[in-house]
Structures are given as C-alpha cells and as structure tokens.
Design a protein around this ligand. Sequence first.
Ligand SMILES: Cc1cc2nc3c(=O)[nH]c(=O)nc-3n(C[C@H](O)[C@H](O)[C@H](O)COP(=O)(O)OP(=O)(O)OC[C@H]3O[C@@H](n4cnc5c(N)ncnc54)[C@H](O)[C@@H]3O)c2cc1C
Length: 360
Amino acid sequence: MAQKNVTIYGAGLSGLVAAINLAREGHKVTVHDLEKKYGGSSVFNPSLHMTPLDLEDTSRYIGIDISSAFLPLNELLAYFHDLEVGFPFKGFYAVERGDRQSSLDTILYNKCRELGVEFVWESRLDKKNLEHLSADTIIACGLDAASYRIMDLPCAIWEAWICYGPSDLNPLCWCWMDECITEYGYYTVANGMYFDMLFSNGKSVSKEALRKYQDFMYRIKGIEPRDNWRYVTGGAGVASVKQPRLFWKNAILAGTIAGCIDPFLGFGISGGLVSGKVAATAVTDRAKALAEFKRFTKLFPYMYLLKTYVWWTLIRPHVGMMERAMRLAGPKNVEKIANVFVNKRITPPIIPGYNVLGCN
Ligand SMILES: Cc1cc2nc3c(=O)[nH]c(=O)nc-3n(C[C@H](O)[C@H](O)[C@H](O)COP(=O)(O)OP(=O)(O)OC[C@H]3O[C@@H](n4cnc5c(N)ncnc54)[C@H](O)[C@@H]3O)c2cc1C
C-alpha cells in the first residue's frame, strides 16, 4: 500500500484513534490542535463523561485496548425534580477526559507517540488553511462552534455551568431534570474526582437555574454549594436531520463534527472512537468507510426528529408530568422494566457504534 502524508486537525478522541490506525499502516501522520498540549479542549477538560459502551467490541473495532480508562458505574440515578428513579448501570461507564494519567486521552496520546505520530500544538484549522487542505485531511474538531461556522456546517449551540474537584466516592452518576434547563444536570465521580455540569441547548443557563440545581444537590445529595463553577458554551453536530456526513469537499470528517453522536442525550464517546477508525479507513478505501459510517449513523435522523418534535415540544417542558407518571408507575417498577431492556439488550443502536459492533 502506498504511504501517504496525512494531516489531522483535532487531537481529541476521533483524531487520535484515526492517527493510531493510520500510523500503524505506515502512513506519516501529523496532528494539529489549537491547544498547547494533548488532553482535548482546555475549555471543557478535565472532565468526566458517563456513557454506555460495548467496551470489548469497541477496543477490538478501533484496534486499541481502551478498557483501563473506563470504570463501571456503581450507581446511576435520575431525578425528576426531587423524585429519584434508579436506572440499570450495567454496561455504563465513567471515563475521564483531559491530560491526567487516568484519562482516555493519555492512553491514546501515548500510543500515538509510540507510533511516531507528530503533533503541532497551537495550530488551528481556520478559514485560510481550509482553502488549501491536501487530499485525505481529517477534520476532527469536536465541539468547537467556530470550526462548524467556517465550514458552514449546521451546529447546535449549547451553554453550561461546569465544575470539577476532588471526590473519594466510587464511580457513580446521577442526572437531574427540571424546567429551568432544556437538557439536564449531571454529576459523575471517578478517579478521585467529580465533574458537575448543568446545561441547555439553544438557550442560556441562568444563575437562578444554577442556584436551583445547587439547592437540589444540597437538600437531596448533601452537597454544599460551591463557588468553582465556570460558564462555557460549545457547539455540537446535532442541529439538522441531515447532520451526519463523512466527507466535506475533499476532507474526511470524524467525531462530533461528523455528526457521529447520539442526538437525543448527547452520548458522543462511542461515536468519537468508532468514527476515528472509519476516518482512517476512508484514507485508503472511501466506499468501505462510507458504508461503515452509514451503518453507525442510520438511526440519527429518527432520533433527531423524535427529540425535536416529540421530546422537546410535548414532553421535556413538562417535568412535573414526567414526575407524576413515574410516581404512578412506581419508581421501582420503572427500574425493573428498564433492567429487562438492558439485560436482554433490546436497546436499539441509537448511539453511533453502540450495540452494532458485534454484528460485524
Ligand atoms: C463538557 C462535555 C461533557 C460531555 N459529556 C459527555 C458524556 O457524559 N457522555 C458522552 O458520551 N459524551 C459526552 N460529551 C461528548 C463527547 O465528549 C464528544 O462527543 C467526544 O469528545 C467526541 O470526540 P471528538 O473527537 O469529536 O472531539 P474532542 O474529543 O472534543 O476533540 C476535539 C479536538 O479538536 C481540537 N480543536 C477544536 N477546534 C479546533 C481547530 N479549529 N483547529 C485545531 N484543533 C481544534 C480541540 O482542542 C480538541 O482537542 C461531552 C462533551 C462535553 C464538551
């Protein structure tokens, strides 16, 4: 196979997975990132993410053993206002982002270094270099809204309060729903730290909403209000029914900017990882890569429509209604039913790459 010089923009999950796979095939790979060092975006990280993942199948598919970065959860709870509902946590993991030893980025970055991948830090994809991209350039700029803008790609703007700090609890996650936000608040613990995030899509999150969330945490979880919150905004490839795309002009897209993310809840770890492998495949075999990409994103349009026209308009604005429905059904019964679905794996592959890798 002819060796190529491949340029990748974005040293996050999908960019690094693509780099590893291409370097293994003997290509010369150079990764550019706007940050000063590895660890993904310094605006959002260090952070902890929670995700369902086919851990073994994903490691096999991307050709990298990532299992040591994923910690099984001991608890997964959802709160509708103050009402607690337990959810099955089998197959759900906490995973750290950033540049600490325990992060997923560290595993991927070290692998890149072993394979001789070159990195150019503080090097940004901008309008000027977009016009002169060499063939087979991979664009993996994640949740950076400016990148969508310069490429004229649809972009959903989200806004959030985030914070992190030390915690000695075992891995756990809970999320909170309330009318003051359009998405949710979520709190994850792993690797001796917590990460807390309260966010909305297409709308700012007021200080009043943050106060309400902190009040909930104090009353129900015993967590004292903290003053280390930061306000951040970002973009995501969940703004159009036609969002998922593998190619942009001559370039190959990967990760969130390719729309390889679940448009319903924003699970993007699985999509980021598998689409890195798909982008690497596209460098040598575009048809094969496109077939894989379509397989992973085939439910995106349905989930997008469900979220936009059913969830956001009819259900999500009425958390009180959901709370009453849960009380009526009984939180324990809801948990039992959810367990049946998860144990029998009757969950559709709504998250790109999740629940479909075993079918290879
Ligand atoms: C705060 C937050 C919480 C999240 N929580 C969860 C969760 O709990 N569960 C879940 O499954 N998913 C979660 N996600 C989504 C998930 O992190 C992403 O979908 C995943 O990281 C996608 O990988 P990626 O390669 O597309 O982007 P990233 O891993 O974000 O990497 C993008 C890289 O591109 C670089 N970059 C950006 N713009 C440029 C540019 N113009 N030029 C050069 N480099 C650039 C960035 O610095 C970064 O290093 C969360 C995302 C955020 C931001």
